[in-house]
Design a protein around this ligand. Sequence first.
Ligand SMILES: [Zn+2]
Ligand SMILES: [Zn+2]
Length: 268
Amino acid sequence: MRVRFWGVRGSVPWATPGSIGYGCNTPCIEVSDSQAGAFLIIDAGSGIVGLGEALGGSPRPVPILLSHFHWDHIQGIPFFAPLHRPGWSPAIWAPALADAHSLSLDSMFTSPFFPVPRDRLASPPLVTLIQPGQIEVGGFRVSAHRVTHPGGAFAYRVHGDGNDVVYATDHEFGDIAVDEQLAAFALNADAIVVDAHFTPEELLSHQGWGHSSWKQAADFASAAGAGHLWLFHHKPGRPDAELAEVERRARRVFPATTVAREGAAFGT
Ligand SMILES: [Zn+2]
Ligand SMILES: [Zn+2]
């Protein structure tokens, strides 16, 4: 299984000269297994736009799994090239959260927000709401699990042939029962991608925001016995120098840590 980061920032794309090194786009990762012919996109932040262009011109199924409906995880959808090309088969799986329904994403295409209504898209996406548990998406077996976030969100474990990847962003550590369940969910995963929006110092004044610090992510990786930790959902505009420092500090807690960078990839 191979994972590539197309967007690693949280909340909003925000490029500044001093922060562009790690990328400015919001969450989107590509998961593929060329041997099994499996392919899956997780989250559709602004990073999915570049991925859409990279998919080329030959129509194919494009499965997209959303962690939740906040703007930074869906804002790339209207600009995702396969929706505007005939013959493609985009399909979105999204969590059945309290305020979500199958038409929730349609409003992105309504006037005055977007010039092309959903029914005039060349390849409109099919939307399926999912519950926690096991699903098959894009040729992968995927487990879904609730995390702590305003409005709700799901974490996912993608089961590979000998290596599992856990994607757990937009989660606020602190509810011991939820965190223990999440550690069991992520147990012994080969790689985990975890919310590291804040520093421990910033977290003190951001309780209830639904995000975590790199320190909590590193402690979590250690408790879950993860093979590698990827710090993710960086605070928008956080300078490259600060992210490099975050990586140094996090490695003192959990040595196998890397700050996720747009364009970075891991796995085979
Ligand atoms: Zn987010
Ligand atoms: Zn969110």
